[in-house]
Design a protein around this ligand. Sequence first.
Ligand SMILES: Nc1ncnc2c1ncn2[C@@H]1O[C@H](COP(=O)(O)OP(=O)(O)OP(=O)(O)O)[C@@H](O)[C@H]1O
Length: 309
Amino acid sequence: MIKIDNIVKRYGSFVALDHLKLEIREGEIFGLLGPNGSGKTTTISCMLALLRYDKGEIDIFGEKMTPDSYELKKNIGIVPQEIAVFDELTVRQNIDYFCGLYINDRKKRKKLVDKAIDFVGLEKYIKMYPKQLSGGLLRRLNIACGIAHEPKIIIMDEPTVAVDPQSRNSILEGIKRLNKNGATIIYTSHYMEEVEQICSKIAIIDKGQCIAYGTKEELKKMIKTGETITLEGIMLEAENIKEIENIPHVFDVSYNEQTLVVRCTGAKHNLIRILEYMNNKDISFGRVFSELPTLNDVFLEITGKKLRD
Ligand SMILES: Nc1ncnc2c1ncn2[C@@H]1O[C@H](COP(=O)(O)OP(=O)(O)OP(=O)(O)O)[C@@H](O)[C@H]1O
């Protein structure tokens, strides 16, 4: 459906996209996950021909996207990172305006606008102006403006930044419903939990390159970490750390501010072995927890840094 082939985008001498390759198939909720500044917005702007790129090709529905590909753009809905609505129009008028860019028929448009209002749950606010809305409601309006014309592809650039947890959940649930109703979704975020929760395919990008691609299960299988065990409120000597490093299946140990973090490969009984060691050495500790790998572990193992550094 969308093919991004070897895109290079430079801002002056700075390389923002470095031979980026991605393929998005129909029906996917495709997550573009990467830290701030990794190139997510630049990728989307290139995809929409809003930015010129220096090398490579982007095809959408098998056609090359250009600034005047009006027919292609009709089938794409964009929910930009920055709220893009008109302050002088009401909620309803804003949605009607954006829908009207693609749908001329007034009757049809009215139905679509009503549907979008219902979809984002803004019925009570249709006569209000953007300045009267909370951050979460504004985000919902931004989404309604992008999706009202019922496009086949919906691109959402960090739609949950700075929203309260309730609005965030309603946005994520809405994205799943849009997908169920047939839309292919491209979702950029630096929140790995959200991407894990809703995306069927994930590309992790860093410094303008795709460093890993697959389903969340496939991505997690790519790495060594099978389990991360944390013990808080623990006092250890350097000798203990060395011994813990030698426990079978342990491959990384860190100890900071009385917190021990042990990363193990996928073997069973890792927690038991570590607790047995503490027991044998008569070392006491506070809270203990064991976590399965996250997308942050994938990012950490591949790049050596945390997703949210
Ligand atoms: N117009 C520009 N001129 C110069 N550099 C730019 C410009 N736009 C973006 N950049 C740089 O390109 C890199 C990629 O930016 P981009 O906005 O695509 O990242 P992002 O992953 O979307 O990050 P964020 O989540 O912060 O929006 C960043 O280092 C950014 O500073």
